[in-house]
Design a binder for this molecule. Structure first.
Ligand SMILES: Nc1nc2c(c(=O)[nH]1)N(C=O)[C@@H](CNc1ccc(C(=O)N[C@@H](CCC(=O)O)C(=O)O)cc1)CN2
Ligand SMILES: Nc1nc2c(ncn2[C@@H]2O[C@H](COP(=O)(O)OP(=O)(O)OP(=O)(O)O)[C@@H](O)[C@H]2O)c(=O)[nH]1
Ligand SMILES: [K+]
Length: 458
């Protein structure tokens, strides 16, 4: 982890530009520029000195001095801007011909194309927002429900960071307490009372649990879950897929091996976003295309949260299905779906077996689909009644888990009567994990990972 130094920061001297509005035609488009050349570029494009933070109506000129549009230009001098640098915005008529031409002119004037998320990354690197706030911007843009959007806004406004920072300060206080006792140790006065510190650490763990639970709802609301349908050919995976997404996207035929590639659809069921994946039937195939589909299926399974292993045999898994079950990656929720109950008039139900839960359904009649959905929500821990307060990501949940584990280790060290140095070190670890959430500590790889998924111009 790097403390506030970054190679990505080196590029901050460039002036960057991008079209901030979606591609295509629309009422208005915005071309955005950030960096030290803004003032100069504004003069070249508008032939005026722009009044700061004011809607300047003006003509826009290209690098070869042709008038290309008339619109609104905004100039935000540093540091009072979104990125903390000089920012320039051109609000043009929403024609790609105009925006592309304008953008191209900006390159002639010395700007370069911004990377995805680079405006937000600069806002982070210039301490305008912290890392989880930057992530909240992307989450707000990507949100699929009003609740998710409101949560993301709350994180963007710093609600989540505030909770994390408070926790971090409490950890620092405890560490100072422990460390000050190290300073005094040669005088043989130990001012650390293990009992009172243990209590404080327990309080911290309780707070982590509360934040975690709210963050988990926030993350679920934002990211949803990825669910894969797998199974032998012809058991009805594609039929179930179509039933769940509510349209005929996957081809259904009597011919085994119809689905050869992976299909994926994002759906939202009562607020829970589900990314549903239909896969090629898994079996020993001799068809090359099918084999490739099977290979992709196995790879895809590494990224899912919940596997629905579909069978059409009401009496239990066949030998091949049982082998398939045993080959599934560890640590992923698996539910057995016995499909085609309409054929032998079995009622829809959910039952416990030694291989986990079994749900009996019919993709044809839709019986039992509600049970399946309810089960997916429950296993995900999705509880819409528990109003979540902010958006969060899995990255944050992982960091919170690591923090909690480090606090647990600190408690163990205290109980064992370990030296103050060891206890302080554990506390420092816990504190660093929290710092990863807000970006007090980060690596360039982490920044790359986060910002590369942003839209361009954001
Ligand atoms: N036209 C336009 N609309 C937009 C944005 C934008 O960049 N341009 N935003 C982009 O995401 C969002 C608004 N976010 C913004 C965040 C900070 C500042 C800003 O100028 N901050 C200064 C001054 C704050 C103040 O005066 O209170 C600062 O932080 O110093 C501007 C927009 C959504 N709408
Ligand atoms: N009676 C009945 N037939 C079903 C049901 N679900 C699917 N089928 C039929 O089973 C056959 C196979 O269905 P698919 O959905 O293509 O099966 P699949 O598992 O995706 O097959 P592959 O593409 O080979 O992997 C089709 O003829 C479907 O109409 C069901 O619940 N009841
Ligand atoms: K089929």
């Amino acid at each position: 982890m790097v403390y506030h130094t970054s190679n990505r920061k080196g590029a901050l001297s460039d002036t960057i530009a991008a079209i901030a509005t979606p591609a295509g035609r629309g009422g208005i488009s915005i071309v955005r520029v950030s960096g030290s050349l803004c003032f100069q570029i504004a003069k070249q494009v508008t032939k005026q000195n722009l009044k700061p933070r004011y809607a300047n109506f003006c003509s826009f000129y290209s690098h070869n001095r042709k008038n290309i549009d008339q619109g609104i230009a905004l100039y935000f001098p540093a540091p009072q801007s979104f990125t903390g640098e000089d920012i320039l915005e051109f609000h043009t008529h929403g024609s790609p011909v105009v925006t592309d031409h304008l953008l191209n002119s900006l390159f002639h004037f010395g700007a370069r194309l911004a990377r995805p998320g680079e405006f937000s990354e600069r806002a982070f690197l210039n301490n305008k927002i912290d890392l989880s706030q930057a992530e909240a911007i992307a989450d707000l843009i990507e949100s699929t429900s009003l609740q998710a959007a409101r949560n993301a806004l709350s994180s963007l406004q710093g609600e989540f960071s505030k909770r994390i920072n408070l926790l971090r300060e409490q950890l620092i206080q405890i560490r100072c307490l422990v460390e000050s006792s190290i300073d005094f140790s040669d005088e043989d006065i130990s001012i650390v009372e293990p009992k009172s510190i243990l209590n404080k650490l327990q309080d911290i763990q309780n707070t982590i649990k509360i934040i975690y639970s709210s963050a988990q709802q926030g993350a679920l609301l934002q990211e949803g879950i990825k669910v894969a349908l797998i199974g032998r050919p012809n058991v009805g995976k594609s039929s179930l897929y179509n039933k769940l997404i509510g349209k005929d996207a996957a081809i259904v035929t009597k011919i085994p091996g119809t689905t050869r590639d992976i299909l994926c659809t994002d759906i939202v069921i009562d607020g829970l976003a589900i990314s549903l994946v239909d896969t090629a039937g898994l079996h020993e195939s001799i068809d090359l295309i099918e084999l490739e589909g099977i290979r992709r299926t196995r790879k895809e399974l590494d990224y899912v949260d919940h596997i629905l292993l579909v069978s059409s045999n009401q009496d239990g898994l066949t030998k091949e299905e049982y082998e398939l079950f045993n080959e599934l990656p560890n640590g992923i929720q698996v539910t057995l779906i016995f499909n085609k109950i309409d054929l032998d008039l079995t009622p829809a139900c959910i039952e416990q077996s030694n291989l986990g839960k079994i749900i009996r359904v019919s993709a044809l009649t839709g019986e039992g689909i509600d049970l399946l959905i309810q089960h997916l929500r429950e296993t995900a821990g999705f509880n819409i009644k528990e109003e979540s307060e902010f958006s969060a990501r899995r990255r944050h949940l992982n960091a919170l888990q690591k923090t909690e584990a480090a606090v647990e280790l600190t408690k163990a060290a205290l109980t064992k009567g370990e030296s103050e140095e060891i206890i302080a070190e554990e506390l420092r670890q816990a504190q660093n994990y929290l710092g990863e959430i807000t970006g007090k500590y980060y690596t360039d790889d982490l920044l790359g990972e986060i910002f590369s998924t942003f839209c361009i111009g954001k």
